[in-house]
Write a protein that binds this ligand. Structure first.
Ligand code: FPP
Length: 224
């Protein structure tokens, strides 16, 4: 049976869910946060060590300002409310992406990372202002400026995900089968699962079903 170290998720469909149910995209984001909490619980139950959540891409800045502000406020409130509980539960938070938000949110993110940095039960990687191509370009620039050899090992070591194993599972909800500039380097051998459900409708049972299916897959990593 395959063990699961790392699950990455593209949490798609909040906007459509909110429009359909409340005529408000923001209501969908709020509901999406509830799914995040239940997925964290299942991750702990299944002893998953890393959970990477795509919360805001470098392309998401093109959205209306009101939606962007709502998303960041939601994150701010969430962290203010939950970070101590995360810490108590031995959960580590890491941000993947460049912290270019309000001073308040930047500080909150930095302090949350600092507070939880030694925790070891589950590491939640929150991809925020994250873009995979940018991440790869930045890594090669760093190698170039330090006159280091450009090879796979050195690139991996200079991504936001250095020291994090590649994902075993990538899930995308929301009935859309694309990767949207997410972890393009890291998912070379990852098993990908698409769910037709919108993120707020995705539940513990759906997640566990994917985990069980993954455990049965024969992973070859290029061998036979
Ligand atoms: C994609 O759905 C979702 C996002 C861009 C934001 C994800 C945010 C959350 C799940 C809630 C906040 C999470 C944290 C951790 C604070 P979409 O808006 O693109 O949906 P659509 O495809 O239906 O428009």
């Amino acid at each position: 049976m395959n063990s699961i170290n790392h699950v990455a998720i593209i949490m798609d469909g909040n906007g459509r869910w909110g429009l359909k149910n409340y005529n408000s995209r923001n209501k969908g984001h709020k509901a999406g946060l509830k799914t995040v909490e239940s997925i964290i619980k299942v991750s702990i139950k299944y002893k998953i060590k890393f959970l990477t959540l795509y919360a805001f891409s470098t392309e998401n800045w093109k959205r209306p300002k009101s939606e962007i502000n709502y998303l960041f406020k939601l994150l701010e409130n969430f962290l203010e409310l939950k970070i101590k509980k995360f810490h108590k539960n031995n959960i580590k938070l890491k941000i993947l992406g460049e912290k270019m938000f309000s001073k308040k949110l930047n500080n909150l993110l930095i302090n949350s990372e600092k507070l939880t940095k030694k925790n070891s039960k589950l590491q939640i990687n929150l991809a925020l202002n994250y873009g995979s191509r940018k991440e790869i370009v930045n890594a090669t620039k760093k190698l170039n400026s330090r006159k280091l050899e450009i090879n796979e090992k050195n690139i991996s070591k200079n991504l936001y995900t250095s020291n994090i194993p590649d994902p075993d599972i990538l899930i995308r909800t929301g009935k859309t089968n694309r990767l949207s500039n997410f972890l393009l380097w890291q998912i070379s051998y990852t098993e990908i699962f698409f769910s037709n459900k919108l993120w707020p409708d995705f539940n513990e049972k759906d997640f566990i079903k994917i985990i069980k299916n993954f455990q049965k897959i024969k992973r070859n990593f290029g061998e036979i």
